[in-house]
Ligand binder design. Sequence first.
Ligand code: GLU
Length: 407
Amino acid sequence: MSNPFENAMMQLKRATAVQPFPEAFMKQISTPNREVRISIPVMMDNGTLEVFEGYRVEHNNARGPYKGGIRYHHNTDINEVKALAFWMALKCAVANIPMGGGKGGITVDPKILSKNELEKLSRGWARGMADILGPKKDVPAPDVNTTPEIMAWMNDEFMTISGEKTLATFTGKPLDKGGSEGRGAATGLGGFYVFDVLREKFNVAPGASVVIQGFGNVGGNAGEIFVANGYKVIAMSDSKGGIVKDDGLDIKALEEWKKTNGTLAGFPGSRIVTNAELLELPCDVLIPAALENQITADNADKIKAKFILELANGPITPEADEILYKKNIPVVPDILANSGGVTVSTFEWEQNLKGEHWSEMDVNAKLKELLNREALAIYEKSVAVKTDLRRAAFIVALERIASAMGY
Ligand code: GLU
């Protein structure tokens, strides 16, 4: 399994080979400002005490408070969180929102915890990190396996510890606890807006076939949005495996099926595929929306999609990027494609600070305008410096961060 932080640094090297930056800036941007590890003791329902490991990495805050989600996963470790924090710094610069980059995590499989244990663990993370958090310091949000309810527990815990009566320390909260309209679907919807402005440049026709890996908040919402806009989603998967239905899936019906049966398998009219097979299906658009390191040197050559939209963070390794570039398969990179989530998080933070509540129509209109503009800016950069969209997005982000740092 390749180390995500090493991959991120390799991406940085590839981009800055196209357009170099000052050596001193390169040293600073390659190193996180702060890495925090904490132990979180939780009294489990059966009366035994478990100690979990929690992390927060604050990569860079030249453009604003550290911003980024918290991931609960049994494979999460400091190297993954470091990579994710670095990508957040670039992502916020790509989206041109006034935020820096950070990320958090806990090594845990949340699916085996009771609700009571999950609440204690989440409050424990917020308590352990309280010193470094705050609306002007570091503003966490949901990521893989973390929910609006978890954000509400954490914000409540932070207010108790700090005595600061503010809703603006965590984003992605439930609507009745200071959340923003549109935040739940924002990553999927933002991905669609980015796709919609770039697809014409790469000759992807409306109504094209789509394959999605991942059925969490991001993959599920993306599926619904692509179908609502006339696209045919022919395959979807979750962590256990996937299904294919050549004449297109009804995503809402599939969600119901999963709720009832606990699996995607057996959905009427579909056939089963593994996650590895799903990535290699012939299709127009492939959307990895699960975890990192899915398309690597081992399978990049077998990818048959004509276009890739990265809604997960880090699903393609740098070696695979090189192979896909040679095969002429355009990749819309994570730091652009999935930046809708953190953008609406930033709208939420702004509403909390001002005591406002914006309508869903206003939120989505602002999101669309911003992503259209920034997606085109990155496309134009890629044409100007003759490179792929990932290296162009890195260069645009690095220019913005370097300028904020006085380079
Ligand atoms: N976890 C999401 C991401 O990777 C959202 C972060 C946020 O809303 O701050 O972009």
